[in-house]
Write a protein that binds this ligand. Structure first.
Ligand code: CTP
Ligand code: MG
Length: 232
Protein backbone atom coordinates (compact mmCIF):
# COMPACT_ATOMS: atom_id res chain seq x y z
CA UNK A 1 0.00 0.00 0.00
CA UNK A 2 1.33 3.47 -0.95
CA UNK A 3 0.24 5.86 1.77
CA UNK A 4 -0.36 9.58 2.18
CA UNK A 5 -1.33 11.73 5.14
CA UNK A 6 -3.64 14.67 4.47
CA UNK A 7 -3.31 17.34 7.16
CA UNK A 8 -6.01 20.03 7.32
CA UNK A 9 -4.28 23.05 8.88
CA UNK A 10 -6.20 25.99 7.44
CA UNK A 11 -8.43 26.79 10.42
CA UNK A 12 -8.39 30.12 12.21
CA UNK A 13 -8.40 28.79 15.75
CA UNK A 14 -11.13 31.12 16.94
CA UNK A 15 -11.81 29.14 20.13
CA UNK A 16 -8.14 29.37 21.08
CA UNK A 17 -8.44 33.16 21.14
CA UNK A 18 -6.41 35.88 19.40
CA UNK A 19 -3.01 34.98 17.95
CA UNK A 20 -3.04 33.87 14.32
CA UNK A 21 -3.92 30.56 12.63
CA UNK A 22 -4.03 27.71 15.17
CA UNK A 23 -1.75 25.37 13.22
CA UNK A 24 1.02 27.98 13.45
CA UNK A 25 0.58 28.74 17.16
CA UNK A 26 3.55 27.63 19.24
CA UNK A 27 3.73 24.60 21.52
CA UNK A 28 7.09 24.22 23.31
CA UNK A 29 8.54 26.72 20.82
CA UNK A 30 7.34 24.98 17.65
CA UNK A 31 4.10 25.37 15.65
CA UNK A 32 1.39 22.76 16.33
CA UNK A 33 1.66 21.75 12.67
CA UNK A 34 5.37 20.94 13.02
CA UNK A 35 4.65 18.52 15.89
CA UNK A 36 1.85 16.84 13.92
CA UNK A 37 3.85 16.44 10.70
CA UNK A 38 6.98 15.20 12.45
CA UNK A 39 5.04 12.18 13.75
CA UNK A 40 3.46 11.42 10.36
CA UNK A 41 6.60 11.81 8.23
CA UNK A 42 8.05 8.60 9.64
CA UNK A 43 4.88 6.61 8.88
CA UNK A 44 3.59 7.52 5.38
CA UNK A 45 5.16 8.03 1.94
CA UNK A 46 3.68 11.49 1.33
CA UNK A 47 2.35 14.31 3.52
CA UNK A 48 -0.09 16.82 1.98
CA UNK A 49 -0.82 19.88 4.13
CA UNK A 50 -3.75 22.26 3.57
CA UNK A 51 -2.21 25.54 4.76
CA UNK A 52 -4.02 28.71 5.81
CA UNK A 53 -5.31 30.44 2.66
CA UNK A 54 -3.59 33.80 3.38
CA UNK A 55 -1.16 35.00 0.67
CA UNK A 56 2.32 33.54 1.22
CA UNK A 57 1.18 31.11 3.92
CA UNK A 58 1.68 27.98 1.79
CA UNK A 59 5.31 28.97 1.07
CA UNK A 60 5.89 29.73 4.76
CA UNK A 61 4.43 26.35 5.77
CA UNK A 62 6.51 24.53 3.16
CA UNK A 63 9.73 26.05 4.50
CA UNK A 64 8.70 25.25 8.07
CA UNK A 65 7.93 21.59 7.40
CA UNK A 66 10.64 20.56 4.94
CA UNK A 67 13.25 20.03 7.70
CA UNK A 68 10.88 17.95 9.89
CA UNK A 69 8.97 15.77 7.41
CA UNK A 70 11.65 13.05 7.43
CA UNK A 71 11.66 10.43 4.68
CA UNK A 72 8.18 11.34 3.39
CA UNK A 73 7.53 13.63 0.39
CA UNK A 74 5.84 16.96 1.21
CA UNK A 75 3.23 18.91 -0.75
CA UNK A 76 1.56 22.07 0.59
CA UNK A 77 -1.69 23.44 -0.87
CA UNK A 78 -3.83 26.41 0.16
CA UNK A 79 -6.75 25.27 2.32
CA UNK A 80 -10.39 26.32 2.05
CA UNK A 81 -13.14 27.96 4.07
CA UNK A 82 -14.19 24.79 5.93
CA UNK A 83 -12.30 21.73 7.18
CA UNK A 84 -14.09 19.59 4.62
CA UNK A 85 -13.09 21.93 1.81
CA UNK A 86 -9.47 21.90 3.00
CA UNK A 87 -9.41 18.08 2.96
CA UNK A 88 -10.98 18.06 -0.52
CA UNK A 89 -8.33 20.45 -1.87
CA UNK A 90 -5.56 18.26 -0.44
CA UNK A 91 -7.10 15.05 -1.82
CA UNK A 92 -7.15 16.65 -5.27
CA UNK A 93 -3.34 16.63 -5.49
CA UNK A 94 -2.74 13.01 -4.42
CA UNK A 95 -0.73 11.10 -7.02
CA UNK A 96 -2.38 8.06 -8.67
CA UNK A 97 -0.24 5.48 -6.86
CA UNK A 98 -1.56 6.38 -3.38
CA UNK A 99 -4.01 3.71 -2.20
CA UNK A 100 -4.27 4.44 1.55
CA UNK A 101 -4.91 7.85 3.13
CA UNK A 102 -4.69 9.11 6.69
CA UNK A 103 -6.50 12.36 7.47
CA UNK A 104 -5.03 14.05 10.53
CA UNK A 105 -5.86 17.39 12.16
CA UNK A 106 -2.94 19.76 12.66
CA UNK A 107 -4.81 20.62 15.86
CA UNK A 108 -3.88 17.19 17.32
CA UNK A 109 -0.12 17.82 17.57
CA UNK A 110 0.71 15.04 20.03
CA UNK A 111 -0.97 12.06 18.36
CA UNK A 112 1.77 9.41 18.56
CA UNK A 113 3.26 7.85 15.40
CA UNK A 114 2.17 4.49 16.80
CA UNK A 115 -1.47 5.53 16.55
CA UNK A 116 -1.05 6.31 12.83
CA UNK A 117 0.66 2.94 12.39
CA UNK A 118 -2.18 1.08 14.08
CA UNK A 119 -4.76 2.81 11.86
CA UNK A 120 -2.73 1.89 8.75
CA UNK A 121 -2.42 -1.70 10.00
CA UNK A 122 -6.22 -1.97 10.21
CA UNK A 123 -6.47 -0.62 6.64
CA UNK A 124 -3.90 -3.18 5.55
CA UNK A 125 -6.06 -5.80 7.23
CA UNK A 126 -8.86 -5.00 4.77
CA UNK A 127 -10.93 -2.22 6.39
CA UNK A 128 -12.36 0.53 4.14
CA UNK A 129 -12.36 3.17 6.88
CA UNK A 130 -10.73 3.19 10.32
CA UNK A 131 -11.13 5.68 13.16
CA UNK A 132 -9.35 5.84 16.53
CA UNK A 133 -11.68 6.52 19.44
CA UNK A 134 -11.86 6.49 23.24
CA UNK A 135 -14.72 5.73 25.61
CA UNK A 136 -16.57 8.84 26.83
CA UNK A 137 -15.77 9.62 30.47
CA UNK A 138 -18.29 12.38 31.23
CA UNK A 139 -21.95 11.63 31.78
CA UNK A 140 -23.73 12.79 28.63
CA UNK A 141 -27.26 14.24 28.59
CA UNK A 142 -29.63 15.04 25.77
CA UNK A 143 -31.26 18.48 26.22
CA UNK A 144 -34.07 20.38 24.51
CA UNK A 145 -33.96 23.93 23.11
CA UNK A 146 -34.66 25.34 26.59
CA UNK A 147 -31.70 23.48 28.13
CA UNK A 148 -33.98 21.04 29.96
CA UNK A 149 -32.68 17.51 30.24
CA UNK A 150 -34.55 15.08 28.03
CA UNK A 151 -32.55 12.00 28.86
CA UNK A 152 -29.24 10.64 30.14
CA UNK A 153 -27.54 8.84 27.29
CA UNK A 154 -26.01 5.39 27.85
CA UNK A 155 -22.36 6.30 27.52
CA UNK A 156 -21.16 2.69 27.24
CA UNK A 157 -22.10 2.80 23.53
CA UNK A 158 -20.56 6.24 22.90
CA UNK A 159 -17.03 6.91 21.59
CA UNK A 160 -15.09 10.17 21.34
CA UNK A 161 -13.45 10.12 17.93
CA UNK A 162 -9.95 11.31 17.05
CA UNK A 163 -7.59 11.52 14.10
CA UNK A 164 -5.63 10.17 12.26
CA UNK A 165 -8.54 8.50 10.48
CA UNK A 166 -7.59 6.05 7.74
CA UNK A 167 -9.33 5.29 4.45
CA UNK A 168 -8.93 3.36 1.27
CA UNK A 169 -8.19 6.16 -1.14
CA UNK A 170 -11.08 5.35 -3.49
CA UNK A 171 -13.55 5.22 -0.59
CA UNK A 172 -12.46 8.62 0.76
CA UNK A 173 -12.57 10.20 -2.70
CA UNK A 174 -16.05 8.78 -3.28
CA UNK A 175 -17.22 10.08 0.12
CA UNK A 176 -15.94 13.61 -0.50
CA UNK A 177 -17.21 13.61 -4.09
CA UNK A 178 -20.70 12.26 -3.36
CA UNK A 179 -23.59 14.48 -4.53
CA UNK A 180 -24.39 16.99 -1.79
CA UNK A 181 -21.32 16.08 0.30
CA UNK A 182 -20.15 19.71 0.13
CA UNK A 183 -23.34 20.84 1.89
CA UNK A 184 -23.09 18.36 4.78
CA UNK A 185 -20.48 20.13 6.93
CA UNK A 186 -19.30 16.86 8.47
CA UNK A 187 -16.91 17.41 11.38
CA UNK A 188 -14.91 14.33 10.42
CA UNK A 189 -14.22 12.36 7.27
CA UNK A 190 -15.64 9.08 8.53
CA UNK A 191 -19.01 10.85 8.77
CA UNK A 192 -19.02 11.20 4.98
CA UNK A 193 -18.13 7.51 4.54
CA UNK A 194 -21.00 6.56 6.87
CA UNK A 195 -23.34 8.46 4.52
CA UNK A 196 -22.31 6.06 1.76
CA UNK A 197 -23.46 3.18 3.96
CA UNK A 198 -19.96 1.73 4.19
CA UNK A 199 -18.59 0.20 7.42
CA UNK A 200 -16.26 2.25 9.61
CA UNK A 201 -14.02 0.29 11.99
CA UNK A 202 -13.10 1.69 15.42
CA UNK A 203 -9.64 1.03 16.88
CA UNK A 204 -8.37 2.16 20.31
CA UNK A 205 -7.46 5.86 20.38
CA UNK A 206 -4.73 7.57 22.37
CA UNK A 207 -5.20 10.02 25.24
CA UNK A 208 -2.35 12.05 23.72
CA UNK A 209 -4.24 12.49 20.43
CA UNK A 210 -6.55 15.09 22.03
CA UNK A 211 -7.45 18.17 20.00
CA UNK A 212 -6.12 21.58 20.96
CA UNK A 213 -9.29 23.65 20.84
CA UNK A 214 -9.28 26.03 23.82
CA UNK A 215 -6.43 27.66 25.80
CA UNK A 216 -6.53 24.96 28.50
CA UNK A 217 -5.78 22.32 25.85
CA UNK A 218 -2.58 24.15 24.97
CA UNK A 219 -1.52 24.09 28.61
CA UNK A 220 -2.24 20.34 28.73
CA UNK A 221 -0.18 19.80 25.56
CA UNK A 222 2.76 21.68 27.12
CA UNK A 223 2.50 19.41 30.18
CA UNK A 224 2.42 16.25 28.04
CA UNK A 225 5.57 17.34 26.20
CA UNK A 226 7.30 18.16 29.47
CA UNK A 227 6.42 14.69 30.79
CA UNK A 228 7.72 13.07 27.57
CA UNK A 229 10.98 15.02 27.90
CA UNK A 230 11.30 13.88 31.50
CA UNK A 231 10.92 10.24 30.47
CA UNK A 232 13.55 10.32 27.71
N1 CTP B 1 -9.33 23.27 9.32
C1 CTP B 1 -8.97 23.48 7.99
N2 CTP B 1 -9.65 24.40 7.22
C2 CTP B 1 -10.67 25.10 7.75
C3 CTP B 1 -11.09 24.88 9.09
C4 CTP B 1 -10.39 23.94 9.86
O1 CTP B 1 -8.02 22.88 7.50
N3 CTP B 1 -11.28 25.99 6.98
C5 CTP B 1 -8.54 22.34 10.15
C6 CTP B 1 -7.92 23.03 11.35
O2 CTP B 1 -6.73 23.73 10.95
C7 CTP B 1 -7.68 21.89 12.30
C8 CTP B 1 -8.78 20.89 11.94
O3 CTP B 1 -9.34 21.33 10.71
O4 CTP B 1 -6.41 21.28 12.14
C9 CTP B 1 -9.83 20.77 13.04
O5 CTP B 1 -10.55 22.00 13.12
P1 CTP B 1 -10.74 22.88 14.44
O6 CTP B 1 -10.19 22.20 15.63
O7 CTP B 1 -12.14 23.36 14.43
O8 CTP B 1 -9.72 24.09 14.14
P2 CTP B 1 -10.05 25.60 13.79
O9 CTP B 1 -11.17 25.64 12.78
O10 CTP B 1 -8.76 26.23 13.44
O11 CTP B 1 -10.54 26.17 15.20
P3 CTP B 1 -11.88 27.03 15.52
O12 CTP B 1 -13.04 26.14 15.05
O13 CTP B 1 -11.83 27.24 16.99
O14 CTP B 1 -11.78 28.31 14.72
MG1 MG C 1 -13.15 24.86 13.31
Amino acid sequence: MRTAAVVPAAGRGERLGPGGPKALRLLAGEPLLVHAVRALGSVVDLVVVAAPPAPGAAEEVDALLRPVVGPARLVVVAGGGTRQESVRLALAVLPAEVTGVLVHDAARPLAPAGLARSVLAALDGGADAVIPALPVTDTVKLVDAAERVVQTVDRSVLRAVQTPQGFRRDVLAQAHGAPGADRLEATDDAGLVERLGLPVLVVPGSEEAFKVTRPLDLALAEAVLAARAGRS
